[in-house]
Design a protein around this ligand. Structure first.
Ligand code: SAM
Length: 163
């Protein structure tokens, strides 16, 4: 069973330090068929339902060129997550693990990421498959999938080897 906000046996919650203001701005909103965390897939599937990513002004011009990519990396803010667990017990096995060894939505900064298939563009709305978030989830960023992305600048000394 997916967590609502309860703490399970073996989990450890801490008192988080005061927030530092990174001036995060939500650049859009994500619209999916899911209104309950209990029904939302744990990871998106490329053959999942078509979802909509609406980009707000003044960021709509930042979509220029995005149509050349079939796959995008989407970053979003899992806004209903608690943020204070350092040890968590996944529902399926009940074994406590460190938050950074899990893809749980419960994390100090609840950023979710998915690789999605871009299936259409309607003005400032992207139609995608592959998401796993609630309807109304705030959008943090969109990037081309790193596997498909060719940097515009030539390689520089010290760049990572890409094999
Ligand atoms: N694919 C992302 C990742 O790996 O970073 C998120 C994975 S997380 C396991 C997906 C789960 O987060 C969903 O099954 C749902 O229970 C929960 N979730 C989805 N949207 C959420 C939101 N806006 N706030 C809090 N929890 C959310």
């Amino acid at each position: 069973m997916v967590r609502k906000n309860e703490i399970r046996a073996g989990e450890l919650a801490i008192a988080p330090p005061p927030a530092t203001d990174a001036s995060l701005v939500f650049i859009g909103s994500i619209h999916t068929p899911w209104t309950s965390r209990l029904d939302t897939p744990r990871q998106g599937r490329i053959d999942g339902p078509i979802c909509k990513i609406k980009i707000f002004e003044p960021w709509q011009r930042a979509l220029d060129g995005i149509d050349q990519y079939e796959r995008l990396e989407v970053l979003y803010w899992l806004h209903q997550s608690r943020r204070d667990l350092v040890l968590q017990c996944p529902a399926h096995d009940g074994v406590a693990r460190g938050t950074f060894s899990l893809r749980s939505p419960v994390r100090p900064n609840p950023i979710g990421t998915s690789i999605v298939a871009l299936v259409g563009i309607e003005e400032a709305t992207l139609l995608v498959r592959g998401l796993d978030c609630l309807d109304g989830t705030p959008l943090v960023d969109i990037k081309p999938d790193r596997c498909a992305f060719t940097p515009l600048a030539p390689p520089q000394p010290g760049d990572f080897e890409t094999g």
